[in-house]
Ligand binder design. Structure first.
Ligand SMILES: NC(=O)c1ccc[n+]([C@@H]2O[C@H](COP(=O)([O-])OP(=O)(O)OC[C@H]3O[C@@H](n4cnc5c(N)ncnc54)[C@H](OP(=O)(O)O)[C@@H]3O)[C@@H](O)[C@H]2O)c1
Length: 294
């Protein structure tokens, strides 16, 4: 039986895929940088050939948005160079590459939710390197599906949810920007969507219409980081902290982030008949699961 390679499997999305491994097709190979460095062309080629891999789910990335401003070469090597390496290996072995990208490919000046066909203009090193990764895959000639997602969080790793919960235990007041609008995405929901998407990989008629496209995926709904933080504090029953709205100008960060990056999910919902939860219900689910882990 052909195998599925999951790269970056110790990250947020990778761990969420591990939790639903029974829903994924074929023999699964979960790897992170220790087992398979996706920047190593020979290692990637050997792995895919010897494992009889016909599906690669690339969860590996350089995701430190601010740090990327100081490490552009490293971010480019992982987010674009390695995406190209995986695409080339997928093409040479007839495998499907499912790759994950970001809402930060947009400049955030749009007046409505971004469609996949809207013009890109990333303002940060992270966004630029992720966009270059998309382009490398598109021009490689491999079979691909690219999913742009946004504001990813989960029970694992470092993310906004966990930062707010930590800060709420340390401070009386937390300042959070209210002039950046988007939609949070629970990695568990993205993992479920990925398992649904790849379940069609052997249906050649379906693949003809569904593959070689970019899709947008986030939870339903729209909010600011401030709204998100407020909801985290309320749902976690933390009453000792006040969340204060501030502007991006007041909250200085190295990388410029889009002011508006809501993603239009019409295409992925119509092609894959996905029923996507609202961000608040998924947040509640994640907080409950964090409380159960404690
Ligand atoms: N996080 C977000 O808010 C967000 C938003 C939009 C889109 N996305 C995209 O969603 C995808 C999943 O993000 P995530 O939050 O799950 O990322 P993550 O938690 O940062 O996980 C990425 C994983 O990739 C690993 N990795 C880094 N370099 C590697 C290499 N050369 N070879 C193999 N593995 C390597 C990392 O290991 P180390 O930890 O050791 O470096 C880490 O385990 C990424 O494509 C990301 O760009 C994320």
């Amino acid at each position: 039986m052909a195998g599925t390679l999951i790269t970056g499997a110790n990250g947020q999305l990778g761990k969420s895929l591990r939790k639903i491994a029974d829903k994924m097709p074929g023999k699964l190979f979960f790897t992170d940088i220790e087992e398979l460095d996706i920047c190593n062309r020979d290692a990637v080629n050997d792995y895919i050939k010897s494992g009889d891999i016909d599906l690669i789910v690339n969860c590996a990335a350089y995701t430190a948005v601010d740090k990327a401003e100081d490490e552009p070469e490293m971010a480019a090597m992982i987010n674009s160079g390695a995406a190209g390496i995986l695409a080339e290996a997928a093409r040479n072995n007839g495998a499907l590459l499912l790759h994950v990208s970001t809402d930060y490919v947009f400049d955030g000046k749009g007046p409505r939710p971004y469609k996949e066909s809207d013009g890109t203009a990333p303002a940060s090193v992270y966004g630029k390197t992720k966009l270059a990764g998309e382009k490398a895959i598109e021009k490689s000639g491999c079979r691909y599906i690219i999913i742009r997602t946004a504001w990813l969080y989960s029970e694992d790793g470092n993310n906004f949810l966990k930062t707010i919960i930590r800060l709420a235990g340390e401070k009386d007041v937390i300042n959070v920007v209210f002039d950046q609008t988007g939609t949070p995405t629970y990695a568990g929901d993205l993992a479920n969507a990925i398992s649904e998407i790849v379940s069609h990989k052997d249906d050649s008629e379906f693949c003809k219409k569904a593959e070689n496209k970019i899709y947008h995926f986030s939870n339903e709904g729209v909010c600011s980081w401030y709204d998100f933080a407020l909801e985290i504090v309320e749902m976690s029953n933390i009453s000792t902290v006040r969340v204060e709205p501030v502007t991006s100008e007041q909250f200085v960060s190295k990388a410029t982030r889009p002011a508006y990056s809501v993603l239009d999910k019409g295409l992925i919902k119509s092609i894959y008949c996905l029923n996507i939860p609202h961000w608040k219900s998924s947040l509640e689910k994640c907080i409950n699961s964090l409380n159960n882990i404690k």
